[in-house]
Ligand binder design. Structure first.
Ligand code: F0G
Length: 358
């Protein structure tokens, strides 16, 4: 029997092939993405007043949800004979594109706002040998430039989520959530930046509902960072600002998709402050043992905010933790640091422990 078909973590293309665009076997570029854990969060469930599960997308090969879409986009680029790929990024798309391009043997160019990429993500791009082009501008400018590059240079594929193949791959997370619970959740909370991911989840839930694979679909609750919340304000932000660098985006390319997901599902797009995001990140790490990057905590921050205002969702709720906390060490080091050393003696070590024993 074929080893690949028996193996777990065979990648989302093989697992969900009938729901995805056509990809010939020879073109598949996979790192075994998907099949990420759905973790029950008992402590946070009490705080949000619902049965909360965490879909930990930081457990993907490059430690973010982008890998689900990237395997599809990169494989289709290979099938089409692309020489290289290009993307704009706040960091995670760049890290994922770099890894999958290395795997596929195509060139990779990532266009990023100078100095605005979290350290772990920049290190990933460097490790995979992709070319980083830092621009003196923000993500929105980088995306415009990348789109134009891909249009004018024929055999270069744009692998941002404006590429529909990315949306198709990312919708597989909705299938996994539904399979793990045995039914769709009552609500799904997630961060919103360029708005591709909420569009993908809604497409996945809708497709399974229409195909009779699921009896319903969740309310979609998208959360933007207050300083980068164009979908809440109803207009683009020229200079978006937030500690959650992954979602520092002022003009979301899939904004219409996000608004449609909220409207059609009876959900909402709202905002949370940086303080609420960092508090949620800390709660997740300290009470649930799950370390996600700041942007990823926006969903939980939003649920805590809604619960505090008496309008939180009830029943079974899933919050998507989009990227791993190790991506952004500076945010943690900005609010805590390593302690001073103590002498290498039993007394000193035991003394330290006594001071901090719970
Ligand atoms: N969470 C993380 C960790 C992200 O990296 C992103 C987007 C989002 C949430 C928002 O997802 O854009 O589909 O609404 N990061 C992109 C990037 C923009 O370039 O890595 P979205």
């Amino acid at each position: 029997m074929d080893i690949q078909s028996q193996a777990s973590r065979q990648g989302v293309i093989k697992k969900y092939r009938e729901w995805l665009p056509e990809i010939p076997d020879r073109a598949i570029a996979t790192l075994g993405e998907g099949e990420t854990p759905l973790i029950e969060a008992s402590s946070l469930s009490e705080r949000v007043g619902a049965r909360l599960y965490l879909k930990f997308e930081g457990m993907n090969p490059t430690a973010s949800f982008k890998d689900r879409g990237m395997t599809v986009a990169m494989s289709r680029a290979v099938a089409a004979g692309s020489r290289a790929c290009v993307c704009a990024s706040t960091g995670n798309t760049a890290a994922s594109a770099s890894a999958y391009a290395a795997r596929a043997g195509v060139g990779c160019f990532v266009v990023v706002p100078v100095g605005k990429i979290a350290l772990g993500k920049a290190v990933q791009v460097l490790a995979h040998g992709a070319k980083i082009i830092q621009i003196e501008g923000n993500f929105d400018a980088a995306l415009k430039l990348s789109k134009r590059i891909a249009e004018e240079l024929g055999d270069v594929t744009l692998v941002n989520s404006v590429n529909q193949d990315r949306i198709e791959g990312q919708k597989t997370a909705a299938f996994e959530v539904t399979e793990a619970l045995g039914h769709p959740p009552d609500a799904l909370a997630l961060p919103v930046g360029n708005a591709g991911n909420i569009t993908s989840y809604w497409k996945g839930f809708s497709e399974w509902r229409e195909a009779g694979e699921a009896g319903g679909a969740p309310r979609m609750l998208g959360f933007q960072a207050e300083g980068a919340s164009p979908l809440v304000a109803g207009h683009d932000f020229e200079s978006p600002e937030t500690v959650a660098s992954a979602i520092r985006i002022g003009s979301p390319a899939s904004g219409e998709g996000a608004l449609a997901a909220a409207r059609e599902s009876g959900g909402a797009i709202e905002s949370v402050t940086d303080e609420e995001i960092l508090a949620a990140q800390e709660l997740l790490a300290r009470e649930e043992g799950v370390f996600c990057e700041p942007a990823s905590a926006a969903g939980v921050a939003g649920l805590l905010k809604l619960a505090g205002e008496g309008r939180g969702p009830e029943g079974v709720v899933v919050s998507v933790l989009t990227g791993h906390g190790l991506k952004d060490p500076d945010v943690i080091l900005g609010r805590t640091r390593l302690p001073e050393p103590v002498p290498a003696t039993f007394e000193a070590v035991a003394g330290e422990m006594e001071r901090f024993m719970p």
